[in-house]
Design a protein around this ligand. Structure first.
Ligand code: PLP
Length: 493
């Protein structure tokens, strides 16, 4: 085809393209935003995979389809997707649909730029630094560095790589040959990304020493000290402790000050994985849970979780002011980071990271913060704590519900004990039968579309539900619904 002719479809007709996109936005407003956040609508529309493939007409063909047909695809994609903004989506550590954060995501996607140079992302380079500065200040640092990463797992991996580079700068060039066997310490409640990172970065999962945690899920500093000595006696070199502020299942906060003392005594890098609990720093009432975080070398924090900024929004914050990020990851690509540019090349932050192109993740948080202010965000955090406490009280009041532990955060872990198991705690197969309840109820709620809540076994405990109170739209009525619905779904068990 001659290139003097526009391509078929919407490519050559900007007006038609705009009109079509307006139709798409209307579908998004209607299906994802309006219906997706109404309790009168379902959280999910379960279909078996084969049926779903048919319903979505997934197969890609050689010919393009009519615009009306594409609109129908858009509608179907939303219809059959899980509505994570729904007030009864309790399944993950993120939930809710904040309009300002969503506006940030839509603008980001519409502009479709990369965060690496001031040249093509002037607004976002300045904005990223401003947001990072604010988050660092909440940690307690008046200076430092940081970067937005594609998720908390990657933020944790960056911390591991930086800690290694700081101690053994040769490893950037010489790789693992430059290193003695290294030891990383994290509690058994830590996020699995610590293990994944150890494998990915070449430490090997054997180099992760698992530190005991207490019955509430907090790292036991005495055991950390013991493990450090053990690793040394075995010829390994301890270099990093990864503490957790807000563990994934129990929502526990490790005692950071005591852990920081241990790190100081042994000269170890302290990383705090606050992917989940970092947002608590915004609450004057609850921020004591992270006391000592200012003593960390690095902090991972996911505003896409409790702050509801939207996926993905995760930061790695550093106390370092020696340009460690850039020294560790920089590669000085001359086609991108030209040193003779007409502006201050320090604004080209792309060489701080291992990626080349980098998604803009700061705008959604910046807009959310602009709209809510620190005070509004604090109110959200405090309200989530209060609603979690309400749930705890209701669980204690109701027959057939049993708390796993008294929570200190917004993870509320509990068993639903169905009628046939009540009063049977002494029978030998009680735990095994109780463990089968959550998967059955999960299937029922998903197929009905009434709500979604996660469950898991944990240590020696059989499956229990983990309720996450994160959606700022939640009210007591939704909490009551959760308990009532579990009773309804499990009354015949
Ligand atoms: C404590 C903790 N750290 C890290 C992560 C990983 O974050 P992401 O899912 O953004 O990789 C999670 C995820 O749930 C988490 O709970």
């Amino acid at each position: 085809m001659a290139d003097s002719e526009p391509l078929p479809s919407l490519d050559g007709d900007p007006k038609a393209a705009e009109a079509w996109l307006r139709d798409v936005f209307e579908i998004i407003m209607d299906e994802a935003i309006h219906k997706g956040t109404r309790t009168s609508e379902k959280v999910c529309e379960w279909k078996e995979p084969e049926e779903l493939k048919q319903l979505l007409s997934l197969e890609l063909q050689t010919h393009g389809e009519a615009q009306k047909q594409i609109l129908e695809h858009c509608r179907a994609v939303i219809h059959y997707s899980v509505k994570t903004g729904h007030p009864r989506f309790f399944n993950q550590l993120f939930s809710g649909l904040d309009p300002h954060a969503l506006a940030g995501r839509i603008i980001t996607e519409s502009l479709n730029t990369s965060q690496y140079t001031y040249e093509i992302a002037p607004v976002f380079v300045l904005m990223e630094e401003e947001v990072l500065k604010k988050l660092r200040a909440l940690v307690g640092w008046s200076s430092g560095d940081g970067v937005f990463c594609p998720g908390g797992s990657i933020s944790n991996m960056y911390a591991m790589n930086l800690a290694r580079y700081q101690r053994y700068p040769d490893c950037k060039q010489k790789g693992l040959r430059a290193l003695p066997p290294l030891a990383i310490f994290a509690s058994k409640e830590c996020h699995y990304s610590v293990n994944k990172g150890a494998a990915f970065l070449g430490f090997g999962t054997d180099s992760v020493r698992v530190v005991e945690s207490d019955e509430r899920g907090k790292m036991i500093p005495g055991d950390l000290e013991r493990q450090i000595k053990l690793a040394e006696a075995e010829g390994a070199v301890p270099f990093l402790v990864s503490a957790t502020s807000g563990t994934t299942v129990l929502g526990a906060f490790d005692p950071l000050n005591i852990i920081a003392d241990v790190c100081q005594r042994h000269g170890l890098w302290l990383h705090v994985d606050a992917a989940w609990g970092g947002s608590v720093l915004l609450s004057q009432t609850h921020r004591h849970l992270l006391d000592g975080i200012q003593r960390a070398n690095s902090v991972a924090w996911n505003p896409h979780k409790l702050l509801g900024a939207g996926l993905q929004c995760s930061v790695l914050l550093l106390q370092d002011t020696s340009n460690l990020l850039k020294r560790c990851h920089g590669s000085q690509a001359s086609y991108l980071f030209q040193q003779d540019k007409f502006y201050d090349v320090a604004l080209d932050t792309g060489d701080k990271v291992v990626q080349c192109g980098r998604h803009v993740d700061c705008l959604k948080l910046w807009l959310l913060w602009k709209a809510q202010g620190g005070q509004g965000l604090e109110r959200r955090i405090d309200r989530a704590f209060a609603l979690a406490q309400y749930l705890v009280e209701e669980i204690k009041k109701r027959k057939g519900f049993e708390l796993v532990i008294e929570p200190e955060f917004v993870n509320v872990c509990f068993w639903f004990v169905p009628p046939s198991l009540r009063g049977k705690q002494e029978s030998p197969d009680y735990s095994q039968r109780l463990s089968q309840v959550a998967p059955v109820l999960k299937e029922r709620m998903v197929k009905k579309g009434s709500m979604m809540i996660g469950y898991q076994p944990h240590g020696t405990r059989g499956n229990f539900f983990r309720m996450i109170v994160a959606n700022p739209m939640l009210t007591r009525a939704d909490i009551d619904f959760l308990l009532d619905e579990l009773e309804r779904l499990g009354q015949d068990l």
